[in-house]
Design a protein around this ligand. Structure first.
Ligand code: ZN
Length: 87
């Protein structure tokens, strides 16, 4: 995984990956997979990191197969409300 996309959350200073969703929107994602609640699949695509939000049932199945799923940072950020307001 390239470090180029590694950044720091402006609100809580946590490390984040800047990914691009399938809708072409930038999305901050926690770099560490979440084994319990993870629902975002990320993968490198050319020079960008892609993020795909997986539906709940599929996410549970993928986690059961030990596939790495991450969380969008705005769901884990202590300042999550600020994210929602601004994005
Ligand atoms: Zn944060």
């Amino acid at each position: 995984m390239s470090a180029n996309h590694l950044d720091q959350c402006r609100s809580c200073r946590a490390p984040i990956y800047w990914c691009v969703t399938d809708k072409g929107k930038p999305m901050p994602v926690d770099p560490h997979p979440d084994r319990v609640r993870g629902n975002v699949s990320i993968y490198p695509d050319g020079g960008t990191m892609r993020a795909v939000v997986v539906p709940k049932a599929k996410a549970a199945a993928m986690r059961a197969q030990n596939q790495n799923l991450h969380l969008a940072h705005f769901t884990t950020c202590p300042q999550g409300r600020t994210w929602k307001k601004n994005r």
